[in-house]
Design a protein around this ligand. Structure first.
Ligand code: BDR
Ligand code: CA
Length: 320
């Protein structure tokens, strides 16, 4: 596979950091920018975390700080119960950070970079979709200029998965449904890696212990930051941690590990089902409805979990 130019839109975040390691160490990925947003913690904290990770792991991509809250102007709420108050599992992040964010807001960084490399940029978005929606509002033309968009977010009922913050909403969509609705309305190809597949793959304690032993500083750091996160999942009765953001990163280079379904997608922006994602399957006929005229996107419905875990591990071993 030729080397892929990727902008990583993220809210680090324990699993965001784990996905970042995959992007950094995979030989077919050229990480050309990191844009941050509100989500697992405030945008101040997620930006600090992105810069910390860059410095500690020698990642050179420019970092652009993004939106502090949803496009509606409502207050952001953060997932500190899952990722810790500092977003990285309460692990102490010692030392000064010498790298700085660029002097451009995230959405403008996205616009400028997409326009610099027309047809080449893949946007990987694993936080709330606010930066993508703001970029589209300012410059709708970028939709025709990106190579594609890959997101971690949403849930469509496959394998019984419908939500993780409410019975029908996934966290990245719930945190800014309006932004997601605008993103899905745009005519750029989107692949959605939702809970349907990310809740089907678990990293066990053994798996993480092996990473700690074999994958150098990235493996050890993954082990440390995942203690708090693992506790959250074990308390939910799971046998390990769900592989959310790293699954989306892996999709970039190994889409053959996933089964998909296409069709236009809408997001519920108010009421009881706030944050729910609903796809109208392309192969089913319906009377006229609100999905008419919207572009078809791809959702993932099944995943080869064992192969995905092997690819993640193999890639991180390059850090060892
Ligand atoms: C998503 O929410 C965040 O907590 C994770 O980083 C992931 O992107 C899972 O619902
Ligand atoms: Ca995330």
């Amino acid at each position: 596979m030729p080397v892929q130019k990727v902008i990583y839109d993220t809210d680090p975040g324990v699993d965001d950091a784990m996905a970042l390691f995959f992007l950094h160490y995979h030989p077919d990925i050229d990480l050309i920018g990191i844009t941050t947003g509100h989500g697992n913690a405030s945008v101040e904290i997620t930006t600090r975390n992105a810069l910390y990770l860059e410095q500690r792991f020698g990642i050179a991509a420019p970092v652009a700080r993004g939106a502090a809250g949803p496009v509606t102007g409502q207050d952001a709420h953060h997932a500190s119960g899952v990722h810790g108050e500092n977003g990285l599992g309460e692990v102490e992040l010692s030392g000064d950070i010498d790298v700085q964010a660029v002097d451009l807001p995230a959405h403008r960084f996205i616009i400028e970079t997409v326009r610099r490399y027309p047809g080449e940029v893949r946007l990987l978005a694993v936080g709330r979709m606010t930066n993508l929606a703001l970029a589209l509002r300012e410059d709708p033309g970028i939709a025709g200029l990106v190579k594609d968009v890959v997101i971690m977010g949403g849930a469509f009922g496959y394998n019984g998965h419908l939500g993780n913050v409410t019975p029908c909403a996934e966290a990245n969509i719930y945190g800014d449904p309006q932004a997601a609705e605008e993103m899905f309305a745009a005519r750029w190809p989107i692949s959605v890696i939702g809970l349907d597949v990310t809740h089907e793959v678990l990293m066990s304690r053994d798996y993480l212990q092996r990473l700690a032993a074999e994958a150098g500083d990235a493996g050890r750091f993954t082990w440390e930051i995942s203690r708090f996160y693992e506790n959250f999942y074990i308390n939910k009765g799971l046998a390990g941690i769900s592989v959310h953001d790293a699954s989306a990163a892996i999709y970039l280079v190994a889409p053959e590990l996933f089964e998909t379904r296409t069709g236009p997608i809408k997001v519920v922006c108010d009421g009881l089902a706030f944050g729910q994602t609903i796809q109208r399957p392309a192969h089913v006929g319906f009377p006229p409805n609100e999905w008419d005229g919207r572009p078809a996107h791809r959702i993932c419905t099944a995943v080869k979990g064992r192969e995905l875990l092997a690819l993640y591990r193999e890639t991180l071993l390059r850090a060892g």
